[in-house]
Ligand binder design. Structure first.
Ligand code: AHM
Ligand code: MG
Length: 335
């Protein structure tokens, strides 16, 4: 009988055979995965668990919080604060960093997350997810401060997301490719269902909120316009479009079958680089996409090279199949 590989075994093997993770990092990923199981259960209950609708509060970015945003944030905090693997956490839903209490030992890692991505899809039973990113606390850091989190995405030691769709899947990188685990609800464990994921370099599918077209910068308009011209245009082939409106779901599709995802700068808010958050969304997704052979840019530079200047910084995002992202980069350079 072939034995299935669960998340614990996968992590133990990464530690033992490849030496790329530490026991503390293994614990961290397992705790995050356990928290995601709890969130998945809450998501599945929906109205029966009284988890839908607005929480009646706002977050630091002035967005109305949904009950599930708050629940998922609490689950991640409480699951992670006592294990001794973390120094601090930061979340899209919290104003400032959350250092672990002095009642617990301090670990060497920093955990960042978007607890519930795709909030606008919660109440309509459409796929949502949790995104996370792991950094190392700089040596001799002393008291943890916001500046310790302001590391380029290339410094991430792990990143992933959990997608709550028809199946619950955990997609993970610890810097050696991308692995996919599917939640076996009977066993209560994440089972490895795909390893060494690769995004095809070429694609004919794009993912963007087309209602914003008139607000984009010329290079993005040019790229999408040429896709829309199909066979008759300069691209010489027809393009398909898919847009769920949850980054997790849209990026998951791209990791599974290729494509390019865009959430570009928009002239309605000229001083903001984009809508999505660099530390909680763009960096972890870019790390996964690069580990799967794809590319991620903000138009000007590789997303993983951006030096963050604040915790809730935004970022223009274009990621996915390598050839398409390179073309977008070229159109930006030519503009
Ligand atoms: P959220 O973290 O509050 O859910 O916001 C991020 C989401 C992304 O998942 C998605 O790509 C984008 O916002 C969709 O925004 P819009 O519907 O405004 O185009
Ligand atoms: Mg989000």
């Amino acid at each position: 009988m072939t034995q299935s590989v669960n998340l614990t075994r996968y992590l133990v093997e990464q530690e033992r055979e490849h030496g790329i993770i530490t026991p503390q990092l293994r614990l961290l990923v397992e705790v995050v995965a356990r928290a995601c199981k709890r969130i998945s259960i809450a998501v599945n209950k929906g109205a029966l668990g009284d988890v839908l609708g607005s929480a009646g509060t706002g977050n630091v970015q002035g967005e109305v919080q949904k009950k599930l945003d708050v629940i998922a944030n609490d689950v991640l905090i409480h699951a992670n604060e006592w294990g001794g693997h973390l120094a601090a956490m930061a979340s899209e839903e919290m104003d400032t960093v959350f250092p672990v209490s002095e009642n617990y030992p301090r670990g060497e890692y920093l955990l960042l997350f978007d607890p519930l991505d795709g909030s606008s899809n919660i109440d309509v039973d459409v796929t949502i997810g949790t995104i996370f990113s792991v950094l190392q606390l700089p040596a001799n850091a002393g008291e943890v401060r916001e500046e310790h989190f302001l590391q380029a995405g290339a410094k991430q030691v792990a990143a992933g997301y959990c997608v709550y769709g028809p199946q619950t899947q955990l997609v993970l990188t610890v810097g050696r490719g991308v692995a996919v685990f599917t939640l076996d609800r009977e066993q209560g464990s994440f089972v490895l269902t795909q390893s060494d994921l690769q995004i095809p370099a070429r694609t004919s599918e794009f993912s963007v909120n087309m209602s914003n077209l008139r607000h984009w910068a010329p290079p993005v308009k040019r790229y999408i316009d040429e896709c829309l011209q199909g066979k008759e245009g300069p691209r010489g082939r027809d393009f398909n479009m898919r847009w769920v409106g949850s980054m997790v779901a849209d990026v998951h599709r791209i990791l599974m079958r290729g494509g390019v995802f865009l959430y570009p700068w928009d002239k309605r808010e000229p001083n903001k680089p984009g809508k999505l958050r660099l530390l909680y969304e763009a960096n972890p997704m870019s790390f996964l996409v690069e580990q799967a052979g794809g590319a991620a840019t903000n138009g000007q530079q590789r997303i993983l090279d951006i030096a963050p200047t604040s915790l809730h910084e935004r970022c223009s995002v274009m990621l996915g199949s390598r050839e398409e992202v390179e073309l977008l980069q070229r159109y930006h350079a030519e503009a």
